[in-house]
Design a protein around this ligand. Structure first.
Ligand code: TYD
Ligand code: MG
Length: 455
């Protein structure tokens, strides 16, 4: 009899190696390889079923393109926006995020909203008892909503029960890592179990036209399989992000077979659950009153949505010859060092004996190089103790030469800034002013420094 072979599967990315190793050769995560028994049923067979066997279909000869079934609009506008306008019936979604970020809360609220307008919603929790979920629903003010709640971890039980009745419009599985398929050996949470369970649930969704939302915890330590091993199996991958210590949460589509991936939904976690934030700038701009030195405002973009964020800098001159600290929160520290170097080399400023702290307000993370100029302005303003006018927004990318380069989507950013009462934009020379907002042009960083210092 053939011996059941064992293999080592990375719980972060799903790659398989025959021997144990400390580091995954594929995704380079440490301590994520776990011994698993070889799979007993062929995953390929299951996939085959999903894709309709070997039937040949001519692409060109197809009749009128099969129109996408009408999307189910949840009524939670920020969610609908992120997934491209509503839930596609029969589609599979994966909602990933750190534990405790609010995935269960989000899906319970969306489920409740749909159930209230007569949709058939089933919420299966493998993490909490049905009673706990019910109590949470009551706490969220959704106690009267006709969502069907169940606590279960066996995929066979879930599908048998669902198969008997009318298929739901939305099936929420919270979380996929607690589910167990008896087609395969292994503990819940391992890569093979997570994959096999997801495969069965996705197949059910496709066959019955039910949309399924799988919750997937993201873990860094590899104790349970990460959602990445499922990304290719689902139609839509959503990531729910945010800092746990801050209120705001962003729902972002990382993959979407039925829509774009550049839209986001913004929520705030409050005591009565997640509330929608239709105007995210209000969240990240601290109360603007008298201008203070060391702050600047940058019109960031999230997908196609402008979000105004405040950048704060603090400089502390050291008396002794100790090595000054540089710390950045919400901004890349390498890029901070680069901007400091350009300020020193091209503009004659000295940060050599000065500690520099940079913070993006509200826990927001900026990666857009278009924020370079606003970061530089905050630094110069902090160093010189000269405030930036409170009615100005700043955008532009800084080259090593000190030149200021144009940025993408400037008109959109300026429009949002004007809407929020900003009157002036400090911008590269290519950018034109707009309705209600004038442009002050800067060709290079020295010109900006001169402006702030009043030279
Ligand atoms: P939860 O949805 O359980 O997170 P996940 O399913 O992603 O693990 O949310 C957990 C956190 O949200 C918890 O720390 C408490 C907070 N929370 C609120 O602040 N307000 C609320 O109304 C609810 C339900 C949760
Ligand atoms: Mg949860």
């Amino acid at each position: 009899m053939a011996k059941a072979k064992s293999r080592y599967v990375c719980q972060a990315c799903g790659s398989v190696t025959p021997r144990w190793q400390g580091q995954c050769p594929d995704c380079a995560e440490w301590n994520t390889l776990v011994q698993e028994a070889a799979e007993v049923t062929s995953i390929f067979a299951a996939k085959h079923n999903l894709q309709g066997g070997g039937r040949r279909i001519d692409l060109v000869g197809l009749d009128a393109p099969a129109a996408l079934p009408e999307r189910i609009v949840s009524g939670v506008a920020e969610f609908d926006r992120a997934i491209g306008g509503g839930i596609v019936p029969g589609s599979a979604m994966l909602v990933g995020g750190d534990p405790g970020i609010g995935k269960s809360t989000l899906l319970l609220q969306i489920g409740a909203k749909l159930a209230e307008v007569g949709r058939h919603v089933v919420y299966v929790s493998g993490e909490e008892s049905a009673e706990q979920v019910r109590l949470r629903a009551i706490r969220l003010g959704l106690g009267k909503s006709p969502v069907r709640l169940a606590a279960a971890t066996s995929v066979r039980d879930i599908l048998t029960t669902l198969g008997d009745g009318e298929a739901p419009d939305l099936l929420v599985i919270d979380s996929i890592q607690t589910m167990h398929s008896d087609l395969i050996e292994g503990a819940p949470g391992t890569v093979s179990q997570v994959r096999a369970s997801a495969q069965e649930l996705v197949r059910f969704a496709k066959e019955h036209g039910a949309a399924v939302a799988l919750v997937g915890h993201v873990t860094k330590d590899g104790t349970i399989a990460g959602p990445r091993v499922l990304e290719h199996m689902v139609d839509t991958v959503l990531s729910f992000e945010g800092e746990r210590s801050h209120q705001y949460r962003i729902l972002r589509a990382l993959k979407n077979r039925f829509g774009g991936t550049d839209e986001i939904g913004v929520f705030a976690m409050e005591s009565e659950g997640l509330t929608e934030v239709p105007n995210p700038s209000a969240l990240f701009l601290t109360q603007r009153g008298e201008p203070v030195s060391g702050t600047s405002v940058f019109p960031a973009l999230e997908g196609s949505r402008p979000v105004l964020v405040e950048i704060q800098a603090l400089t502390v001159r050291l008396a002794s010859g100790a090595t000054p600290r540089r710390a950045a929160v919400g901004w890349d520290s390498g890029r901070l060092a680069m901007i400091l170097a350009v300020l020193e080399a091209r503009c004659g400023l000295s940060f050599g004996t000065t500690e520099v702290y940079l913070n993006v307000a509200g826990g927001y993370r900026l990666t857009d190089p278009a924020a370079d100029l606003a970061v530089a302005a905050a630094l110069v303003s902090a160093l010189s103790e000269k405030p930036i006018p409170s009615g100005a927004v700043i955008l532009g990318e800084i080259a090593l030469s000190g030149e200021i380069r144009p940025v993408a989507h400037a008109p959109l950013r300026l429009k949002e800034s004007a809407k929020l009462g900003f009157e002036q934009a400090w911008v590269p020379k290519e950018v034109k002013g707009g309705d209600g907002i004038s442009a002050a042009h800067f060709a290079n960083l020295r010109a900006l420094v001169d402006q702030i210092l009043g030279r």
